[in-house]
Write a protein that binds this ligand. Structure first.
Ligand SMILES: [Zn+2]
Length: 111
């Protein structure tokens, strides 16, 4: 529940984040939790999901640019090196994953 006002509503779409959380809770023997948006909250939830997706896209582009600049720069200075590629990949992964700190689920649209 997002606002706790209603017992029924639109459930969050299971993706790998929600799947991981469920698996973790199962491992820890915690009761399963469902994320539900009621009809009043749904428009706000859709908006927040759209913002999350936008951030995700821009971070992926940023990660790609970071990787290219780092690898191209190190090739220019020291020639091709595996360490520069690995450092670029690690940095790019960090940038791409940063938006997940503010993860927001997608909600199934009520037909
Ligand atoms: Zn609500």
């Amino acid at each position: 529940m997002l606002c706790g006002q209603e017992k029924s509503g639109t459930p969050a779409q299971a993706d790998f984040v929600i799947g991981t959380v469920r698996k973790l809770r199962g491992t820890l023997n915690l009761p399963g939790k469902r994320t539900i948006a009621c009809s009043q909250c749904l428009p706000e939830c859709k908006k927040r999901r759209a913002e999350f997706e936008k951030k995700l896209r821009s971070h992926r582009i940023g990660a790609g640019i970071f990787f290219l600049i780092l690898v191209a720069g190190s090739i220019a200075y020291a020639g091709f090196g595996l360490r520069a590629v690995l450092a670029g990949l690690a940095g790019a992964a960090l940038i791409a994953l940063l938006p997940y700190a503010k993860y927001f689920p997608e909600f199934e649209s009520a037909d």
